[in-house]
Design a protein around this ligand. Sequence first.
Ligand code: G
Ligand code: MN
Length: 415
Amino acid sequence: MTDPRLLEVAAEEAADPVMAGATVLVVDDHPPNCILLKRILTKAGVADVHTTGDPLGVVELVEHLRPDLVLLDLHMPGMDGVAVMGALAAVGGADEHLPVIVLTADATSAARDRVLEAGATDFLTKPVDRSEVVLRVRNHLKARALHARLQIHNRELENEVETRRRVEEEARVERAEKERRIRAILDAGPPTIVFQPIAELATGQVVSYEALTRFAAEPQRPPDQWFTEASEVGRGVELELASVMAALAEAERLPPEVGVSINVSPAAATSPDLVDLLGPERGRRLLLEITEHERIDDYESLLDALGRLREAGVRLAVDDAGAGFSSLQHILTLRPDVIKLDISLTRDIDQDPIKRALASSLVSFSADIGSRLVAEGIETESERTTLVDLGVPWGQGYHLGRPAPLDAIVGSPLS
Ligand code: G
Ligand code: MN
């Protein structure tokens, strides 16, 4: 005997992954009922159907099988369906939803209310209608699957929120730590300034000194990292200006005819405070080295500020030319008095014809635009003589003199 409606349902359900992936537990003390329900469900595509006639063992079985749905007989000897539901309420996670469909021959409204009140998800009367069983089971399994997906989604969202909260908290702690370090540096008073000679390459005659900042603070790191960190917490210009002030104060001890180079970023060069600081320095030959570690967006206000500094008698150098963002365009725009050839182009220039070709072309280029060329980072005699042969007028580097405190320089033959 085949109910055509059931066949239809079975065909449909066989392809339903919610049915195929479900585990269903049937609890009924009457074995023929268990057999019948198992057959109905299996035909409808549920692969994993378990049956038991023992209501006392249901909790243990549910904990073991972790079914997705329970079909539960109401009238059983020893423990009825309502009592089983009461015991099941304590099983599983608080946010887990286990549908329980109660089966009973008692079709009275009192029985139905009692069962639903006890927490049953649904209610079926015996003798069961096959398609009704299948359709209700399917609907409740779908609701459970949806619930489970929502749970997973909620947990993912919670994890994401937590991860973001942690990342933000770490960023906040890191920023506070940076702020603390920079505040400590600024509060510690003027930074230490060392001076490195810039010399005429052919004679070794010192023409000026570059003032370089050194920070004694922990952790020990190169000065540019401190400047970067200060600018990350919005105090970069402040730290640079503190360095400029310290360099100017220290340079007072050098003879006035000795030139002094000071490094500033475009941001510090644009600061109105810098003109105030450098304006009164007319008596000294000051060279402002514009370092460029990021692309300059606002050339207009930089040129404006540099114009005012030039009016105050300050000369300009493009630092680290040939490295990073310090492009030929940068040189064309700033029209510097001095071009400082980056250390990467000086390194091993005696062994590298391409670097020699580049330096040679920059010699004539700088002469044509009225700039002086300074080769940075000269470390060997061979590099020096090569640069002399190429016509580079000035140079700087460990081979000519290391950065040193002024006390080691003043009074020496170099000064
Ligand atoms: O960006 P600027 O060129 O201003 O950087 C100067 C830095 O280069 C200073 O910190 C100085 O100590 C370093 N320096 C100076 N001369 C040499 C050198 O001959 N070799 C190397 N490796 N570094 C140098
Ligand atoms: Mn420099």
